[in-house]
Design a protein around this ligand. Structure first.
Ligand SMILES: O=C(O)CCC(=O)C(=O)O
Ligand SMILES: [Fe+2]
Length: 355
């Protein structure tokens, strides 16, 4: 007898190789798979084994561990307090999400700027650890992730049904990405203690490419379930709280976990939703993850794209030629980022608010 139990949800795996290398047909199927994954999950695995040998991020993780194992004062030598309060090392629990300290330490890097000024928010210089080969290896990864970002953006534009002229306009908003890279170290959370290794959040920008070491049951992704309970409201909420389940997004060899940020939510007028995720690491090992955030250009004005409005307008009553409603107001990416980063740290909650 067939089981009526629902299969356990798992995220789709999409190979980027056909987009990068192959014929038109392969490209179209990758683009369609990205579109479906963004509609349904906002999260997916991206198989990048044709772009990066797994030994490459493994070496990055080894270098990260070498840094995190240093005495505290040597790590503090590159503290973000010495720079623009965004670029550099942050101690365990210095990062704050939803008002709670995150149980991780990290180094944050941003796209370098032409005339650095550490008194200006986000406009300082990156601080590199004094660990042999660290900078050269990570800079090679950054270059690779930037190329991957442009490829995935173009594939997504195709998946959304954008014309080549429309893509050129979108491309000009991301071709000088104000990227961010975090190198995160997670000691295990004590078993008897509530709290998060990284609290539930959505990412800010376009695309996150997350490489993580093989630790299982750490990263979790929220999948809304509108029909989760019979007493939930028609919009899938119950007393205003969205109903859903958290699923593990355990690492798959050769893949990065990819998710879309809030800028894609604006570009698609809410058709693609940026998805909540969190980290709860209770194992016994020290976990390392390296998220690369491929973001829009600092000055890009993000506004709903015509291609998304066309899709949302798909089923219309005859004679209805009204403009689809734009649910999101245009947002300058740099301003949005500044506000977000300002609320992230224990040492300076809202630290850019009065600058
Ligand atoms: O470490 C992870 O698995 C996720 C980190 C994350 O979500 C972030 O830094 O935005
Ligand atoms: Fe995240």
């Amino acid at each position: 007898m067939a089981s009526s139990a629902k299969p356990i949800a798992s995220l789709p795996v999409i190979n980027i190789t056909p987009w990068i290398e192959s014929d038109q047909k392969g490209r179209l199927s990758t683009a369609a798979a990205l579109h479906a994954a963004c509609l349904d999950y906002g999260f997916f695995y991206l198989d990048i084994s044709s772009v990066a040998d797994p030994s490459e991020p493994k070496e990055l993780a080894r270098l990260a561990r070498e840094f995190f194992a240093l005495p505290q004062d040597q790590k503090d030598a590159i503290s973000l307090a010495h720079q623009d309060r965004a670029r550099g090392y942050q101690r365990l629990k210095e990062n704050i999400t939803n008002g709670l300290a995150d149980n991780h330490e990290a180094i944050d890097f941003y796209r370098p700027v032409e005339t650095p000024d550490k008194s200006r928010p986000l406009w300082g210089e990156n601080q590199w650890p004094d660990v042999p080969n660290f900078r050269v290896k990570y800079e090679a990864w950054i270059a690779k992730m930037k190329r991957l970002g442009m490829a995935v953006m173009e594939a997504m534009a195709t998946g959304l049904g954008m014309t080549s002229d429309e893509w050129e306009i979108l491309r000009a908003q991301v071709d000088d990405s104000f990227w961010v890279m975090r190198i995160i170290g997670y000691p295990p959370l004590p078993n008897d203690q509530a709290g998060f290794s990284c609290g539930a959040h959505k990412d800010y920008g376009c695309l996150t490419f997350l490489w993580a070491d093989p630790t299982k049951s750490a990263l979790q992704v929220f999948l809304p379930q509108p029909d989760a309970t019979s007493s939930s409201n028609s919009d899938g909420t119950q007393n205003g709280i969205e109903q859903g389940i958290w699923i593990n997004a355990d690492p798959i060899p050769g893949c990065v976990v990819c998710n879309i940020g809030e800028m894609w939510e604006i570009w698609t007028n809410g058709l693609y939703k940026s998805t909540l995720h969190r980290v709860i690491h209770r194992g016994s090992n020290y976990r390392v993850s390296i998220p690369f955030f491929f973001e829009p250009n600092f000055d890009a004005m993000i506004t709903p794209l015509s291609a998304a409005l066309r899709l949302q307008n798909g089923v219309r009553k005859p004679g209805d030629d009204s403009e689809p409603t734009k649910k999101y107001t245009p947002t300058r990416y740099g301003d949005f980022l500044m506000k977000k980063v300002g609320g992230n740290f224990a040492t300076g909650k809202g630290r850019y608010a009065d600058d």
